[in-house]
Design a binder for this molecule. Structure first.
Ligand code: HSE
Length: 427
């Protein structure tokens, strides 16, 4: 065994640069925790970098370098990230990755390869930035039967929603400032359309229930069509947050990603800007809440360096990958609850003609579809039209969707498509 742990880094963007900085600045901490120094030997990127002495053009040269113990994949996206991870594991390297998209999509292939080749892959930075939620779920809550996972899992959307709610910024301006702060994915559609949250939820749910929960099983809705009007009209109740939710029900796991109205008194309502929060409910643990910065160079790079340090402890003792660090059973089939069967209360807004009989038509259709009304208000009027806001009691999503389709078909009274926002109060 060499004098130090040798790392090859593939991808030298915002997070990659942060990793090099933290690792080089914190060698005393590394030595205390690992007993050896950790040295970055090579860095691969598409373009030449500010560390020419470490630069390698072809990632394959890093994978086949016999001196390298550990490969860090930080390029993001699906390819060549998937190939890099798979080839690295097959070449006998341990891997650290922050790539939630590739993990969620190729979970089976990645963990099967890791198990077959007896190597480890660590991925703490893939979910919740610096929050140690992967380790928390895998190790801290190892004894638990998990009932529920709910989280604000995307820093960019939370930042946008905070700016819209607190500063009245338009969606476009808020997105621009999230991009300037370096939170957003290279394609921000991944953030705002909820895909990034769905990838992270799929990872947590797969870990919690020991199989592979696919993103295609998650009902996903993002925030890009959220109207500032609903942010303002719902303010008296609470704040809108993009929530990823996975709940174990007797008929299967209920999975969703959607903007939710969170009561003012709920902790999740106070999670602002790029912060994330994850609530995990275990049988004996009860509620466990994780909170911290979910996006940005420092938090993401810190989580990657933690993985490098933690994995290096096993490399030093030659046990990386021998002690299986993910309980993944490729044969395990997990039952998923069909989206329509999920139940919740909802905020509804109808922009309708302000004349007698309209409210009774709407409430009649809701009632006929077993949707019960908890409260109703008409907060404003513009010309001949008025907004009607209804809060429902808990209802089945499929019943509600049928009712909304019928109401939307009343073209003579309904001005625009009814808005529905799930009401969620993680306890
Ligand atoms: N774009 C991601 C976010 C970065 O906003 O949360 C961290 O995964």
């Amino acid at each position: 065994m060499s004098k130090c742990i040798t790392v090859g880094l593939i991808g030298y963007g915002t997070v990659g640069k942060g990793v090099v900085r933290i690792l080089e600045n914190n060698q005393k901490i590394v030595l205390r925790k690992v007993g050896k120094h950790i040295k970055i030997k090579s860095i691969c990127d598409l373009n030449p970098i500010d560390r020419p002495e470490l630069y390698v053009k072809n990632f394959k040269d890093i994978i086949k370098d016999p001196e390298i113990d550990l490969i860090v994949e930080l390029i993001g996206g699906y390819e060549p990230a998937r190939s890099i991870i798979i080839e690295a594991l097959k070449a006998g390297k341990n891997v650290v990755s922050a790539n939630k998209a590739v993990l969620a999509k190729y979970w089976d292939q990645i963990f099967t390869t890791a198990q077959d080749y007896k190597k480890s892959i660590y991925y703490e930075a893939s979910v919740g930035g610096v929050i140690p939620v992967v380790q928390g779920l895998n190790e801290g809550l190892a004894a638990e039967e998990i009932f529920e996972i709910k989280g604000i899992l995307n820093g960019t959307t939370n930042f946008i929603l905070s700016k819209m709610t607190k500063e009245g910024l338009s969606y476009e301006d808020a997105l621009k400032s999230a991009q300037e702060a370096g939170f957003a994915e290279s394609n921000p559609a991944f953030d705002v359309d909820g895909i990034d949250t769905a990838n992270k939820l799929a990872i947590l749910a797969s870990l919690a229930w020991g199989g592979w929960i696919k993103v295609k099983n998650i009902a996903v809705k993002g925030i890009s069509d959220l109207n500032i009007k609903d942010v303002n009209l719902s303010k008296r109740i609470g704040n809108i947050k993009l929530i990823g939710s996975a709940i174990k029900t007797k008929n299967g796991i209920d999975l969703s990603v959607c903007p939710c109205l969170i009561n003012k008194s709920n902790t999740f309502s106070t999670v602002e800007n790029e912060y994330n929060a994850v609530l995990i409910k275990g049988k004996d643990s009860g509620d466990v809440l994780f909170y911290g910065k979910g996006a940005g160079q420092g938090p993401a790079a810190s989580a990657v360096v933690s993985d490098i340090i933690n994995l290096s402890k096993f490399i030093v003792t030659n046990t990386a990958g021998i002690v299986t660090d993910v309980i993944y059973d490729r044969k395990k089939k997990i039952k998923i609850l069909p989206a329509g069967q999920s139940r919740s209360a909802y905020y509804l807004r109808f922009t309708v003609v302000d004349k007698p009989g309209v409210l009774s038509k709407i409430s009649g259709i809701l009632g006929n579809n077993k949707v019960s009304i908890a409260s109703l208000s008409q907060p404003n009027k513009q010309g001949d039209y008025a907004d009607v806001v209804i809060i429902t009691h808990e209802t089945s999503l499929s019943h509600l969707e049928t009712a909304l389709r019928q109401i939307n078909a009343l073209k003579s009274i309904v001005k625009s498509k009814p808005v529905k926002i799930k009401i969620e109060n993680p306890s």
